[in-house]
Design a protein around this ligand. Structure first.
Ligand code: C2E
Ligand code: CA
Ligand code: CA
Length: 507
């Protein structure tokens, strides 16, 4: 815009100067060249016409020249001097049209991971300088005949015809090394992601190729510091996953996730003593989606904190309204993901949230898988003691599946251990599982830790666990996870009858 105004002003000035000079000197010339008044009058008429033609030609020349200059300025990226996106697309289109049937072409996108934080940490000037030098590096490293462009702030693109002699993968990796080198030189801690599309496999025109390269780049960016070649099945999957993340965010925001409760039984009295709260997602289109599918997605996208709060809030409302807390239910176990457990801020926020649910707080027990505590044992000890100081008890879930099950108990003061279902399901036939379960029970007892067997599915397993001295159990033999109204009915009937008399309910 600024350039257009400058060039319009320039044209006006040139025109005004020319017109002024013409008026001044043309009259003098007419006076000097023609001596009769008749000739002078005729000359004045033609002089006017000549003025129109000459100024029209002059204006046309000036406008054309200025348009050319403007176009040229738009063809170049001002910061890096690389070609603009429109020129790049035209060139890609043109090159693809010229390709012969056996020709191959590579289109690569390079995007800086977390560029926003580079701007924030190092300031715009340093970031711009880094981009400028990176553009030089890329231009120097591309294949002969390549066209290079900066597509967006921190995204570069280049394409070139590929011949057999090029080791393509090594060539692409070189850009990652170049980037790392340049970032180090600038004292910038950053990585880049690269997406690659190949002609003709990933597209037969510029638009298709660019879509493929973008899809590949999006996958690379999810991994960060990665190179991704376009692959249709991968991008379809990535798109479905992206959609699922959006749907999950919406479900959390609109409180569309539900919870169910699986009761836990005391194996001496065979009476219910607690529940485990399990989250449920009924997707409007896809139907039931298991937490084993969506919890890992929530973990990758930082959504587990919100899920935990939602679960705690629902449990407080539902169990509080049902009047079950402190009577038939002594413990309400809530699952917390590894990423959340290892994030001190998240855990602090969850603890505060639990404390605010006054009716539920005294009964809350947090379940963490064994592997979640292993990232930093010292930190885990601290987090667990903070929880316990707030009156929240603590359970190790899926016990026995990690590699350090026994060693970890040396450092962690846990309230409960849940023996993983895989061992419980083996106690009938598999001597090794039986030995492991026996050892876990004996050890937990000597540490004064409560012990729960998970996934009890039949009376034979129950009998073996009772004989081993296991204190509590949960599993389909007793009850599947239930919505609160069904839980209420079950617990009410359990309270009236001994569980063994109701064996028909459990088979
Ligand atoms: P988990 O914490 O080990 O939960 C026990 C899982 O075993 C539940 O599956 C439960 O329905 C199932 N189960 C219980 N008894 C039996 C049995 O007798 N036989 C068999 N075959 N399965 C049984 P679910 O509800 O699908 O949950 C799967 C996992 O998803 C949970 O494993 C937990 O790791 C995670 N999860 C569930 N709810 C939440 C939640 O609110 N937050 C977080 N972070 N994770 C959750
Ligand atoms: Ca659990
Ligand atoms: Ca478990």
């Amino acid at each position: 815009m600024e350039k257009a105004v400058t060039s319009a002003v320039k044209i006006t000035i040139i025109y005004a100067v020319f017109a002024g000079l013409w008026i001044f000197f043309s009259d003098i010339a007419v006076e000097l060249l023609f001596d009769t008044p008749q000739l002078r009058a005729t000359a004045q008429t033609y002089k006017g016409l000549a003025f129109v033609f000459v100024t029209a030609a002059l204006l046309l020349m000036l406008v054309l020249k200025s348009n050319q200059a403007l176009e040229k300025a738009n063809d170049i990226d001002r910061l890096t001097g690389l070609r603009s996106i429109s020129v790049f697309i035209d060139a890609l289109n043109f090159t693809i049209r010229q390709l012969k049937p056996n020709d191959r072409l590579i289109l690569g996108y390079l995007d800086i991971d977390d560029f926003k934080s580079i701007n924030e940490r190092h300031g715009f000037d340093r970031a711009d300088n880094f981009l400028y030098e990176l553009a030089r590096d890329i231009s120097d490293a591309v294949l002969p005949g390549s066209v290079v462009s900066r597509l967006h702030a921190d995204q570069f693109a280049s394409f070139a015809k590929l011949d057999e002699s090029v080791d393509m993968e090594a060539h692409v990796r070189e850009f990652q090394h170049l980037f790392a080198y340049r970032a180090r030189q600038h004292g910038i801690d950053a990585t880049c992601s690269i997406g690659v599309a190949l002609y003709p496999a990933d597209g037969t025109n510029a638009k298709e190729m660019m879509v493929s390269a973008t899809e590949a780049l999006n996958i690379a960016k999810q991994k960060k510091n990665a190179i991704q070649y376009h692959d249709k099945t991968l991008t379809d999957k990535a798109m479905q996953r992206r959609q699922l993340v959006l749907d999950l965010r919406k479900a959390i925001a609109e409180h569309l996730l539900a919870v169910v409760y699986q009761p836990k039984y005391n194996l001496t009295t065979l009476t219910p003593c607690g529940v485990e709260v399990l989250v449920r997602w009924n997707h409007p289109v896809k139907g039931y989606i298991s937490p084993e599918v969506f919890i890992p997605i929530a973990e990758e996208n930082g959504l587990t904190g919100a899920i935990s709060k939602l679960v705690v809030e629902k449990a407080a409302q539902e169990l509080g309204n049902a009047g079950l807390l402190g009577t038939l239910i002594q413990h309400v176990s809530v699952n917390v993901s590894a990423d959340e457990f290892n994030n001190a801020d998240e855990m602090y926020s969850l603890t505060q949230f639990i404390k605010n649910q006054v009716c539920l707080a005294p009964y809350i027990r947090i379940e963490i898988t064994e592997t979640a505590t292993l990232t930093d044992m010292r930190k885990s000890v601290e987090i667990i003691s903070n929880l316990q100081a707030s009156g929240i008890t603590f359970s190790i879930d899926d016990f026995g599946t990690g590699y350090t099950s026994l060693a970890m108990l040396k450092d962690l003061t846990v309230d409960e251990i849940k023996i993983d279902r895989s061992f419980v399901s083996g106690v009938e036939q598999d001597e090794r599982s039986k030995t492991i379960v026996n050892a876990i029970i004996a050890m937990a007892k000597s540490f004064n830790i409560h012990i729960v067997a998970e996934g009890v599915e039949n009376a034979a397993q129950l009998k073996i666990l009772q004989d081993m001295g296991c204190q509590q159990a949960q599993g389909y033999f007793f009850s599947r996870p239930l919505p609160v109204n069904e839980l209420l009915q079950l617990l009410a009937s359990n309270a009236n009858d001994s569980i063994l008399n109701q064996s028909s309910t459990f088979t």
